[in-house]
Design a protein. Structure first.
Length: 201
């Protein structure tokens, strides 16, 4: 591959990512969904509840990133907030072996989740069986569900209190790029509500 081809791939990829994000931004319903989702997350924390996040592959990495920014730090120092990514290898391997991989997230919620908590469920396809089972358990047990998906109208989205759909794409990477931006916005909105002194500028 020559330098011209490489530059074409780089600029083409960045342009495609920009255009995908611009389409997401142009839909007012997406802004409304993020606003509503942040309110649900804040309500859970204010009521003494916990946030649990889950996903597979890159979405699990995003779920972990979301939780660690809340328990640790996003921008400035402040007390930790109650958030857990369902990602413990011991739990996952045990449940997958004994009950089946589709139960790894719902089983954790069965053990730890309580009414008033919130599940942050991430799936680019919106059809991951283990995430769907977690959302079903949450819905049936007084746990609010925020879903972060790709194309609107997915199976996961229909189970959610609020669904944030990045939009349809041939490949998951465009969807994931919007997902991480939404995650950072949600974290900032939570922080601004709990710790306004960190955002005086």
């Amino acid at each position: 591959m020559n330098a011209t081809d490489t530059r074409h791939i780089i600029t083409g990829t960045l342009t495609d990512a920009r255009d995908f994000l611009s389409r997401f931004l142009s839909e007012d319903s997406n802004i409304n969904a993020i606003e509503k989702a942040s309110a649900v997350l804040i309500e859970a924390l204010r009521g003494g509840g916990a946030i649990y996040s889950c996903g597979n592959g890159g979405s699990m990495s995003d779920a972990m990133h979301f939780a660690e920014e809340l328990t640790g730090r996003y921008r400035d120092n402040r007390p930790g907030l109650s958030a857990t990514a369902i990602s413990d290898p011991g739990h996952i391997s045990c449940v997958a072996n004994d009950f089946g991989y589709e139960h790894i997230f719902s089983r954790y919620l069965q053990a730890r989740g309580r009414p008033g908590d919130c599940l942050f469920a991430i799936s680019t396809s919106g059809t991951s069986k283990n995430v769907l089972k977690a959302a079903e358990h949450a819905r049936d047990n007084g746990i609010q569900v925020i879903s972060l998906t790709g194309a609107p109208g997915s199976s996961l989205g229909t189970l959610a209190t609020v669904d944030i759909s990045a939009g349809a794409s041939r490949y998951a990477d465009r969807v994931q790029e919007v997902h991480i931006k939404v995650i950072h916005i949600l974290i900032e909105l939570i922080e601004r509500d709990f710790f306004p002194e960190n955002y005086t500028a």
